[in-house]
Design a protein around this ligand. Structure first.
Ligand code: SF4
Length: 402
């Protein structure tokens, strides 16, 4: 498995595979083609179908600016990966300097045909949760100590934690309409005001978590600075729980960093053994993965043991199996923003349930089983329901009347 630094990345919203991945690819390409006088970008598959709403064209042009770049959306090709793009650089005689074919594989990660990227290095020797937990038992390690054995990421994760909190803060201080044709209003601040006026402790907790998840997701939809967790579309779930435990429950940073390491481990396993790309596996791969990561973190923060942490993460993804990706108008707004809030609540519920379920029964579904199932379910999902805006809610919710 690769470094947690490749799972948690800071970048502009609204989509890790459609914004962050293309931005990183364009930057790398620009460095290698310094004498270019013109660029051309062709986006295929899901990048072509939802690239406009996800602002792929805007971000690519911004990287190459002031050098002009024509962006074309090409639909109907047979592709190796649903998020494919081709970048070409031309010199002043209009001769091709270089061409790259790039795959944006989810969470901001990219692959370039014919090139080996430094970022691809394997850091962890184990490939399944079963192998990890076996290694932990043999060496008497907790899951967060397992991470420490293979990489030092405390400083990096502190940056991630602080950025997640900044994102939630930024969103809570914004009101008005989100950019784009949906004319969707930000409501995070209103949810926070409702939470603060609430007298029921249980309802207050739910409203707070929802407010924080909405806040980070609205920032993402507006193109603000966010953290892939594991993607940008699902970047409201983990920050909502972290923010809640930090500011409302007054947990120490050290504890939260341990929780982040555990969340990262589960996210990495999903990324390696299935997918975290909505274009490949539907929303179960994004929101389902985020919920599993957050559930594992919450289970740890609630003092649960490794078996219970696994159970919480397993439940977090199990009950998102089959969830499709059908963003209305190609924007990461409907159903995405609300879905982040629901998944944050579900992550908390999964952790609470895991504690009690483990006292009365053996969990028959392991984390590894559910991850494989998610990957296979994604492969069986029709293309229309995998980040193409050609099916599901995207067909029935009218963009102009929203
Ligand atoms: S529906 Fe889910 S996977 Fe699709 S863009 Fe929205 S958050 Fe991402």
């Amino acid at each position: 498995m690769k470094s947690l630094k490749e799972l948690f990345r800071i970048g502009p919203g609204p989509s890790s595979s459609h914004t962050l991945g293309p931005q990183r690819a364009a930057r790398m390409f620009q460095k290698e083609t310094r004498f270019a006088t013109r660029y051309e970008a062709v986006l295929f598959g899901s990048l072509a179908l939802t690239g406009k709403g996800h602002q792929s064209d805007t971000i690519i042009k911004a990287v190459f600016s002031p050098i002009p770049c024509d962006v074309h959306f090409q639909i109907g090709e047979d592709l190796k990966h649903p998020n494919t793009m081709k970048l070409t650089a031309f010199d002043k005689e209009n001769q091709v300097l270089d061409t790259w074919t790039i795959y944006s594989i989810g969470g901001g990660a990219i692959e370039i045909e014919g090139k080996v990227l430094k970022e691809g290095k394997e850091v962890y020797p184990h490939h399944t949760f079963k192998e990890i937990i076996q290694y932990c038992k043999e060496h008497n390690l907790h899951l967060y100590e397992y991470v420490d054995c293979f990489e030092q990421v405390d400083d990096y994760l502190l940056e991630i934690l602080l950025q997640m909190c900044r994102t939630v803060d930024n969103g809570l201080n914004q009101q008005g309409l989100l950019p784009g044709k949906l004319k969707l209003e930000r409501i995070a601040r209103k949810l926070l005001d409702k939470a603060n006026a609430c007298t029921s402790l249980m309802e207050r907790e739910k409203l707070l978590l929802s407010a924080y998840a909405y806040s980070a997701s609205e920032e993402n939809a507006a193109g603000g600075m966010v953290v892939t967790a594991p993607t940008l579309g699902s970047s409201g779930v983990l920050p909502a729980l972290l923010y809640y435990y930090y500011y409302d429950c007054k947990y120490q940073r050290e504890e939260l960093l341990k929780g982040l390491k555990i969340a990262g481990l589960f996210g990495n396993l999903i990324k390696q053994n299935a997918t975290i790309s909505g274009a490949q596996g539907g929303c179960q791969a994004e929101i389902g993965a985020a919920c599993a990561m957050a559930a594992a973190m919450v289970a740890y923060l609630r003092g649960l043991n490794e078996k219970q942490i696994e159970c919480a993460a397993e439940m977090g993804i199990e009950h998102h199996l089959g969830l499709t990706c059908d963003p209305v108008g190609g924007y990461v707004m409907i159903p995405c923003i609300e879905r982040n809030a629901v998944a944050a609540l579900r992550a908390m519920d999964s952790a609470v349930l895991a504690e009690f379920i483990s006292q009365v029964k053996e969990n028959r579904v392991s984390f590894d089983m559910v991850v494989n199932t998610m990957g296979n379910t994604g492969k069986q999902m029709p293309m229309e329901l995998r980040e193409t805006s050609l099916g599901g809610l995207a067909l029935v919710v009218p963009v102009s009347e929203c």
